[in-house]
Structure formats: structure tokens, C-alpha cells
Design a binder for this molecule. Structure first.
Ligand SMILES: [Zn+2]
Length: 333
């Protein structure tokens, strides 16, 4: 038995459809014996793989939260093969507030794995995800976006694939999700991963897993939400878990490797001169940092240290030293 203080209202082994909450104990002034509710739905029908789809690891990333909650409502258990575990708001306290970090404990869940079974609520959730939920899974999909501070196009993220089987599984998930971009990591992953992310947790458990960045800017992008809905159903179908679904024609993904981020060193207001998907070249001025508080001060010019295209863009105008304003990627291969 894994040591945990979290209890589940759903039975992971039972056939059929169940919804309820993971109960994260939280004893406070107004609720001495209280718990924080993390919503969970399980659909289990006969033989097939186990897939965990999570969203709301960061609470200000919304497309995934909607798409996963909808799946829980719309799928009928008789349409499913195997076991589907849906977690639409994994860091529920942060998601209820629309924040990246939880106000309860300042927990940034995707920097807390492998967590702590006796730690803060966010640490307990990380531990439960890694040690109780993920060991049940064959496949995992974790849905993010740029949150409040960044904007991404619909982009799948995947590791390098350490074995032929892992590579084939990752390729199957990538092709099934069929997002416009796929950011393929060139290193990391595997069972020895030390990443503090949910992806790192899934890799440590040997699970074929991908994540996705789906918009951002603290808003919902309808086209990206539509791609998310479509992609999740396509994944279920590709894994043999949704046999009666008829996928439409694939659109294809542009495979990218990340070059790195562009950072600012001066406080000011960020004016992007390039947008998502735009090409940039080394030395090219890609942003201005304005200083309206200082009459006569010229804006700082920020030039790209990389060739590539803009993958992510900061969505907040105010910047300070150390803030990333762009992520630049290049075509893979
Ligand atoms: Zn995130």
C-alpha cells in the first residue's frame, strides 16, 4: 500500500462509470475535519488500456479543464474499452481561483513532483498522482496552456522515446492528437527522469505520455478548444478505447525542437515585434521594452539569440528582469 492521506470516492477497479472526488485533507479554522475536493471520473468497460487525462495542474489554463470535464459528461461507458481516468482540475484549489499556483500553499503543482504524502495540499496531490494514479496507467495525457503570462499555439509536447516501443507509442499519441505543432524534446524523459513535472512523474513510471500547451493569456481560444476536443477523442480511438468513433482526416503537425527563451533585463513595457509562428533570425530585433516613466528614455531593443520561429509569446505587457518574452523553436530533423 502506498502511504497517502488522500482518499478516493471512486473505486479504480470497478466496472462502469463513477464520478466523485479525491479528498485532500485540509484542517482549517472553518472546517476542522474538512477536505479539498479534486474532481475525478472513471469509465471502465472490459478489456483495454488505462489512460489518464489530466488538466488543471495549473489553474489558469482552461481549454484542458473544459475538454476533460466534457469528456466525463459526454462519454457513455458502453462506448469505452478499457479504463479512462479523467482529472479535469488536478490542482483544484488553484483552478478554482484561476491561478497558476494554489493560494492555499503557494504550490505550483507542476514543480512539486514527486510530492510528499505528508506535505502541503499541493505536495499531497503531486504524490498521489505519481504514486497512486499513474501506476494504474498505460498512457497519460496532461493538458496545459501558457496560463496568465504566456500564449502558445496548440502544441503537443513529447519526450525523445528511449525504446522502439516508447517511440512508437509517442508517435501514435502525437499523430492522434494532431495539433498544428509538436515540440519534440531532444533529451530527458525515461525512468531516470528527475523532472518535477507531471510528465516527469509519468516517465518515472514508464508510462507512454504526452502533454500539450493549448493557448493561454488567461483566456479560452475557441479554435484551440475545438482542437483539444477533437484530439482527445482521436487519442481514445487510436488506443482502441473508443472503437465506434470515426476520426476525420489528419491535418498533420509541424515537428519542432525548442531553441530556448528570450529574456528581458530591464523593467518596462514589452512591445512584441513578432508573433506566434513568425520566423526570426539571430540578431534580429524582435521586441522593444518601453520606459514611459522616464521622459526621453529610448526603448531597449531586444534581439533574438536564435534562428527559428516564435513558439510562445509573453501575453503580459509589464516585464521585469528575468521574464521570458518569447520561446523560439526550430524545425526538427
Ligand atoms: Zn501549465
Amino acid at each position: 500500500m502506498v502511504e497517502t492521506l488522500i482518499t478516493s470516492e471512486v473505486d479504480f477497479e470497478a466496472e462502469g462509470q463513477q464520478s466523485g472526488f479525491l479528498r485532500v485533507p485540509h484542517s482549517v479554522d472553518r472546517s476542522a475535519y474538512g477536505w479539498l475536493p479534486v474532481p475525478i471520473t472513471i469509465l471502465r468497460n472490459g478489456v483495454g488500456p488505462t489512460l489518464i487525462i489530466s488538466a488543471g495542474v495549473h489553474g489558469d489554463e482552461y481549454e484542458g479543464q473544459i475538454a476533460v470535464a466534457e469528456l466525463a459528461d459526454e462519454l457513455a461507458v458502453e462506448d469505452v474499452r478499457g479504463r479512462l481516468i479523467l482529472l479535469p482540475m488536478l490542482n483544484a484549489p488553484a483552478a478554482k481561483e484561476g491561478r497558476r499556483v494554489s493560494s492555499i500553499d503557494d504550490g505550483n503543482l507542476n514543480r512539486l513532483y514527486p510530492g510528499d504524502p505528508k506535505g502541503t495540499p499541493s505536495e499531497m496531490i503531486a504524490h498521489y498522482h505519481e504514486e497512486v494514479l499513474l501506476p494504474l496507467a498505460d498512457y497519460a495525457v496532461d493538458l496545459h496552456s501558457g496560463g496568465a503570462s504566456l500564449s502558445y499555439p496548440a502544441t503537443l509536447l513529447r519526450g525523445p522515446g528511449h525504446t522502439p516501443e516508447e517511440e512508437a507509442g509517442l508517435r501514435k499519441l502525437t499523430e492522434a492528437f494532431d495539433l498544428p505543432y509538436a515540440w519534440v524534446f531532444t533529451s530527458g524523459g525515461g525512468r531516470n527522469s528527475t523532472a518535477r513535472t507531471a510528465m516527469g512523474a509519468a516517465n518515472r513510471k514508464g508510462i507512454i505520455n504526452v502533454m500539450a500547451e493549448l493557448g493561454g493569456g488567461n483566456a479560452i481560444t475557441p479554435e484551440i478548444l475545438a482542437m483539444t476536443r477533437r484530439g482527445l477523442r482521436r487519442i481514445l480511438h487510436a488506443l482502441g478505447m473508443f472503437p465506434n468513433y470515426v476520426p476525420d482526416a489528419p491535418r498533420g503537425s509541424r515537428l519542432l525542437h525548442s531553441r530556448g527563451s528570450i529574456y528581458v533585463y530591464e523593467t518596462g513595457l514589452f512591445e512584441p515585434l513578432r508573433g506566434i509562428g513568425d520566423p526570426v533570425s539571430t540578431g534580429e530585433v524582435v521586441a522593444l521594452i518601453h520606459h514611459p516613466e522616464t521622459p526621453g528614455r529610448e526603448p531597449d531593443e531586444i534581439s533574438s539569440p536564435f534562428d527559428g520561429i516564435v513558439l510562445a509569446l509573453r501575453s503580459l505587457a509589464q516585464v521585469r528582469r528575468g521574464d521570458a518574452i518569447f520561446q523560439i523553436a526550430e524545425d526538427a530533423g
